[in-house]
Every structure is written in structure tokens, then in C-alpha cells.
Design a protein around this ligand. Structure first.
Ligand code: UD1
Ligand code: UDP
Length: 369
């Protein structure tokens, strides 16, 4: 059986890596990897840490690229690849524009699509934008849908997607996390002068719907709390390379002693700092899952989440992007009792999702017409 895994951004690479390891180890499978290069540096960081060498690299990234550019380039280039080589499955993960466009190219060529992390929903196409629409298009096309949780499976069944096409696997992010944590010796050094006893808050923010005013509010809340609480708190913010994020983060936060702005961290270093953090502040999807798995307290900087399991498990809280609300929640957290992380949780999976996915690809016969 011949499988082509297609991905393009940092989070897809993290969540696809354990699946690729599993595919490569299977004697009956010929596994090929195609990266679109929707991300460049942030993708390459992950490929390196998991030691994955792509067979094809479409290298499509342009500075401040548009959604239409990504869609067009991926559609045309993946189609060319599918015309050149015959695959039994095209495998995608998540909800980026790479995922949506690669699935569409496979659909047009009648190549079966396996969608990892199917069934996540907010039912609002603008939150997150454009990911909600991307994942719904991909789920419509997919021949096998790997739902990470029971909740995701329920969404798919409600949308009348055939039961026989859906498998609950757990999220492959847990497989990736376990793989790295097993080898997480010591911390990765970054330049950071943190006062003894300060509480560490790890921050990430990059969503398109938060560009402009919401991101300004997030940064100003961090700025004002950092100044107000002084030595009691230290913020570490590895800044996403999107120019819309870089510009605001460095303008608002570069000059504050107890805020460290950093380049995007290599995955292993990021997990290390996550393990050290007292609190995580994020609008990321993957970080919500990882923080919950690591039993960390998490404030979600969004109005809604397609990962309600993080909230119902008690680890995460949806706090939005209003400056005063973020400041209030931060103040309460920082003066309250210290949060002590417990054991790892299995809210998002048990670390065996990749094995289940590979077995299903081998045994399922897709109907293509
Ligand atoms: C993309 C995904 C989003 C995902 C996020 C993960 C889409 C539409 N968006 O958003 O779903 O949550 O990745 O991080 O699919 N850049 C670099 N180097 C990099 C990466 C990005 O310079 O390694 C800069 C480039 O100027 C690029 C811009 O960031 O044009 C935007 O990248 P893009 O992939 O379009 O959007 P993201 O905001 O990263
Ligand atoms: N991540 C990383 N370095 C960083 C920030 C995040 O390796 O500096 C990892 C994080 O652990 C998670 C993934 O990147 O696995 C999430 O990517 P991102 O937030 O860009 O995308 P999303 O999950 O929101 O689509």
C-alpha cells in the first residue's frame, strides 16, 4: 500500500510526525512525505527534531502570503504529484489551508483521503478563520475520518457522515508529546533573566481572527500586568513568525524587563518551558491539547473553542481577548495559591492514535465513486 502524507505548517508536522514514524515502520506500507512548505522555518524545526526528510518539498511560502495563494499553489502542485505517482491514500492532519487544498486535489484525482483530527467544530466559519471552513470541506471529502474524541465523532455523525468511515483514535498530539517527553533531558537555554520565585507565564498568540485590535489588547494586558506585578511574574512569549504578529508583539512588549520575547522555540524546548510554566496563555489549538495533557492551567485567548474537552476537564478557561478581562484573570491567578500540575491526563488521547490510524488505513476499503 502506498501512502502520501501531505502537510505544511508547524502544528501539522508535530501531529503528523508520529504517524509517519508508524507508516515507515510498517512492512506492508510504502510511505512518502510531501511538505507544501506553507511554513518554512517553523516547519523545518519540527522536521529536524523528528528526523523526517520529505520526499517532496513544494516550498510555496511567501512573506505575508494570502489564503488564495496557498490554496492555488497547493492545489496545482499536489495534483501534479498525484498525476505522477499512484497512491492508495493521501493523508492530511488538521485544518490549515494546506489540508483543505491537498484534500481537494486528491478528491479531483479520485485518490482516497484520510483526515486526522476530523470533526472539530465551532459551527462559526469566522472563528477560527479560515480553519472552521477548511476542516468542514476536508471532512466532506474524506474517505476515512479519524476523530480525536467522542465529541468530534458526534459532530460527524450529526452531519450524516457514514458511521463506517469514522474511527475515534485519540489525538496524535499525545503520541508526539510522549515521544518527545521520553527524551526530554534538561531544559533548553534561552536568554532570560527571571527573578527567583517569579511565576512563569508562557504565551503564544497567532490566530488570524485575533490580528489587529484583539492582539493589541492581549499584548497590552500582558504589558500592564508585567509592570503592575513586577518581580512576582515573568512572561515568556515565543513570537510566531507571521508579520502581523511580530509587528504588534515587538512594538508593545520589547522594552519590558519581565517579558521575554523569543524566536519560535524548537518543539522540545517549547515543551520544556511548558513543563516549567505556572500558567499558559494561548489562542493556539495544539497548545490547548498539550497543556491539558500535561495537566497545566490554561487561559484560552479566544471567544470560542473547538476543543471543549480542555474546558470541561477543568484545566482550561475561555477568557477571550478583552484587555480588562485578561488583566482581571491574570491578577486573580497570580495572587492565588500556586497551581501544582498533577499526572498527565488522557483527555485528548492515550498516545496510541498513530497505530490505530495506520491499522485502519490497511484494513479499510474506500469507495471512490
Ligand atoms: C497557519 C494556518 C493556521 C495554523 C498556523 C499554525 C492557514 C490559513 N493558517 O497560520 O491554521 O494555526 O499556521 O502556526 O492555514 N512565516 C514565516 N516563517 C514560517 C511561518 C510563517 O516567515 O515558518 C510568515 C510568512 O510571512 C507567512 C506568514 O507567516 O506568509 C503567514 O503564514 P501562514 O501559514 O499563511 O499563516 P499562519 O498565520 O502561520
Ligand atoms: N510550538 C513550538 N514552538 C513554539 C510554539 C509552539 O514548537 O514556540 C508547538 C506547540 O507545542 C504545538 C504547535 O507548535 O505543538 C502548535 O502550533 P501553532 O500554535 O502554531 O498552531 P495551532 O495548533 O494553533 O494550529
Amino acid at each position: 500500500m502506498k501512502v502520501l502524507s501531505v502537510f505544511g505548517t508547524r502544528p501539522e508536522a508535530v501531529k503528523m510526525a508520529p504517524v509517519i514514524k508508524c507508516l515507515q515502520a510498517h512492512p506492508e506500507i510504502e510511505s512518502h512525505v510531501c511538505v507544501t512548505g506553507q511554513h518554512r522555518e517553523m516547519l523545518d524545526q519540527v522536521l529536524e527534531i523528528f528526523d523526517i526528510v520529505p520526499d517532496y518539498d513544494l516550498d510555496i511560502m511567501k512573506p505575508n502570503q494570502s489564503l488564495s495563494h496557498i490554496t492555488g499553489a497547493v492545489l496545482v502542485e499536489v495534483e501534479a504529484l498525484l498525476l505522477k505517482e499512484k497512491y492508495d491514500w493521501l493523508l492530511v492532519q488538521g485544518d490549515t489551508t494546506t489540508v483543505m487544498a491537498a484534500s481537494l486535489a486528491a478528491f479531483y484525482q479520485k485518490v482516497a483521503v484520510g483526515h486526522i483530527e476530523a470533526g472539530l467544530r465551532t459551527y462559526n466559519n469566522y472563528q477560527p478563520f479560515p480553519e472552521e471552513a477548511n476542516r468542514r470541506v476536508t471532512d466532506t471529502i474524506a474517505n476515512l475520518l479519524f476523530a480525536p474524541t467522542e465529541q468530534a465523532q458526534t459532530h460527524l455523525l450529526e452531519e450524516k457522515i457514514g458511521e463506517e468511515k469514522i474511527l475515534v483514535t485519540g489525538n496524535t498530539v499525545v503520541d508526539a508529546l510522549q515521544y518527545i517527553l521520553a527524551n526530554l533531558a534538561g531544559g533548553e537555554q534561552i536568554e532570560m533573566e527571571m527573578k527567583e520565585g517569579a511565576r512563569l507565564v508562557l504565551v503564544t498568540a497567532h490566530r488570524r481572527e485575533n490580528f489587529g485590535e484583539p492582539l493589541v489588547q492581549i499584548c497590552q494586558a500582558i504589558r500592564e500586568i508585567a509592570l503592575e506585578m513586577g518581580e512576582k511574574v515573568h512572561f515568556l512569549y515565543p513570537v510566531h513568525l507571521n508579520p502581523n504578529v511580530q509587528e504588534v508583539a515587538y512594538r508593545e512588549l520589547a522594552d519590558i524587563e519581565n517579558v521575554t520575547l523569543a524566536e519560535p522555540l524548537a518543539y522540545k524546548a517549547f515543551l520544556y518551558w511548558m513543563s516549567q510554566a505556572d500558567l499558559i496563555l494561548t489562542d493556539s489549538g495544539g497548545v490547548q491539547e498539550e497543556a491539558t495533557t500535561m495537566a497545566k492551567r490554561l487561559f484560552i485567548l479566544r471567544e470560542t473553542t473547538e476543543r471543549p474537552e480542555a474546558v470541561s476537564s477543568g484545566y482550561a478557561q475561555l477568557i477571550g481577548t478583552d484587555k480588562e478581562r485578561i488583566k482581571k484573570e491574570l491578577r486573580e491567578f497570580l495572587v492565588g495559591d500556586m497551581w501544582v500540575s498533577g499526572e498527565m491526563t488522557d483527555v485528548f488521547g492515550d498516545g496510541k492514535a498513530s497505530e490505530r490510524i495506520v491499522e485502519a488505513l490497511l484494513s479499510y476499503r474506500p469507495v471512490l465513486g
